[in-house]
Ligand binder design. Structure first.
Ligand code: NDP
Length: 476
């Protein structure tokens, strides 16, 4: 397979100005398979300066309909290359190929959505008290830095780049060091589809140098980040110096609430993949399960049975549901949580072991008899580990759900509509689903309450985040 190995700046591939390269390791084999250029601060300056030039000299003023045409062409080219994108995603992060195919399609769909949405993104006319005409315009910000994580590299790159570009911004995108390949292909294909040089730059490189240089660059007007709460906090501190706009999509510890009147079969069958999909490396993973006591035993045994049936295997096989974790260190984080739970006498109902000798695999793990103060119950693990606890009282359970610094996602299972809406209103979370585990819809806002983030990706809300709101008054 043809692998991209350089930075993508100004419409073409080039090496790092400092000659830096970093190795990628296939998580399924633990073997190094390619070296990719790693940007240096001078490359950040070159990319941001040329993005700013591209913005001022054309992209900013291009009619929205013309931008939409280019975005539709990008989507078409992405669709022609879905299999290549999916194969690369599986190679660099160990994502099961069937999920990687779905996510490649999701990336293309995001470009289609914003190509259509931009012509429906309107200002307002406002009946001001003194008469005359008052109206608002939505205008692009300039250069946007998009910093993307490794757990959903391609779709998140698309859902940051597409709305920013549609709204008339230029984008410098930094993929995570584990997963630069699909972002580079996005840059290459977008350019081939007619996106002018400089409008979308792709800069792989270490977060500590490339990230800091991007965030502090005087020509960067906004940072859109998805990743850990610690790095999000650091970005916000740096951005506050100028100050710059930030949107942050951070960690989560999402609840899965199952009431006794729920469709038990459906809930128990669907719930394991709501936490173990992507090997648990998902900010929306439903890793805290609250089950009403009357059905606790039945639900838990069905959940464990469904977990044991999950196919953990080589991610390049069509039938695989769970691949390896992204790295040895990411697996160690999960194993440390499991070790701590074991030491505290918690029950490990299944999993906790390495199912393969090679590759960063870890069997999906179910922890029972955990206490509300346990680290595994309170902290984001970002691996295939779930805790299940019974509850007796709805209001106490909601208090416990909300007793978390996070508030990203969650599910509520019940056949009582009034209860579903009452609980949904009270759970402090940016995204919730009722009788479903679906969190991401291209057309709807996605983001968190509390320490899960600031701002929203996707939907029309993302376009708001990539524009300035200008008010113009015309005297009569
Ligand atoms: P990070 O937050 O470190 O990485 C996310 C992105 O930020 C990567 O592109 C990374 O680059 C970049 N980055 C790192 N340091 C900086 C910096 N100083 N300035 C700007 N950008 C920076 O996550 P990790 O990969 O370290 O994962 C650690 C934990 O974070 C996980 O265990 C999980 O809990 C959480 N996480 C949450 C995600 C989410 O979707 N909310 C996604 C990923 C992780 P580089 O890869 O080069 O370091």
């Amino acid at each position: 397979m043809n692998l991209p190995t350089q930075l993508f700046i100004d419409g073409s591939y080039r090496n790092s100005s400092a000659g830096r390269r970093s190795s990628l390791v296939n998580p399924a084999t633990e073997e190094k398979f390619v070296e990719v250029a790693a940007a240096a601060p001078a490359d950040v300056d070159a990319a941001v300066t040329s993005a700013h030039l591209a913005w001022k000299s054309g992209w900013r003023d291009l009619a929205p309909g013309k931008r939409a045409e280019i975005l539709f062409s990008i989507a078409r080219l992405l669709r022609d290359n879905l299999e290549r994108i999916a194969q690369l995603e599986t190679l660099h992060i160990g994502k099961p190929i069937s999920d990687a195919r779905d996510e490649a399609g999701l990336g293309a769909r995001v470009f289609e959505y914003y190509a259509g949405a931009i012509s429906n993104f309107c200002g307002q006319t406002i009946p001001v008290a003194r008469g005359g005409f008052d109206f608002t315009l939505r205008q692009p910000l300039g250069v946007v830095a998009a910093i993307v994580p490794w757990n959903f590299p391609f779709p998140i790159a698309c859902w940051k780049a597409a709305p920013a570009l549609a709204a008339g911004n230029c984008v410098v995108l930094k993929p995570a060091s584990f997963s630069p390949l699909t972002a580079l292909v996005l840059g290459e294909l977008a350019h081939a589809a007619g996106l002018p040089s400089g409008v979308l730059q792709i800069l792989p490189g270490p977060g500590s140098t490339v990230g800091d240089a991007l965030v502090t660059h005087p020509l960067v007007r906004k940072i859109s980040f998805t990743g850990s709460t610690d790095v999000g906090r650091h970005i916000m501190e740096l951005a506050s110096r100028d100050p710059k706009r930030v949107s942050l999509e951070l960690g989560g510890k999402s609840p899965n609430i199952v009431f006794a009147d729920a469709d038990l079969e459906r809930a128990a069958e669907a719930s394991p993949m709501s936490v173990f999909a992507n090997t648990g490396q998902d900010c929306c993973a439903r890793s805290r399960v609250f089950v009403e006591r009357a059905i606790f035993e039945r639900f838990t045994s069905q959940f464990i049975e469904a977990t044991r049936a999950l196919r953990v295997n080589d991610p390049s096989l069509d039938a695989t549901q769970i691949g390896p974790l992204v790295s040895a260190s990411q697996r160690k984080i999960s194993e440390d949580f499991i070790g701590e739970a074991r030491k505290a006498g918690r029950s490990i109902a299944c999993g906790g072991t390495r199912p393969q000798a090679k590759g960063f695999y870890l069997a999906p793990t179910v922890l029972l008899e955990v206490e509300p103060g346990d680290r595994c119950w309170r902290e984001e693990i970002f691996g295939p580990v779930v805790c299940i606890r019974p509850f007796d009282d709805e209001s106490k359970m909601i208090e416990e759900v909300n007793d978390s610094p996070y508030g990203l996602s969650g599910s509520i299972w019940t056949n009582d509509l009034k209860r579903a809406l009452r609980v949904a209103r009270q759970v402090e979370s940016g995204v919730l689903s009722i009788n479903s585990h679906s969190s991401v819809h291209v057309e709807a806002p996605f983001g968190g309450f509390k320490q899960s983030g600031i701002g929203r990706d996707l939907g029309m809300a993302a376009l708001e985040g990539y524009t300035e709101l200008k008010n113009i008054y015309v005297s009569e």
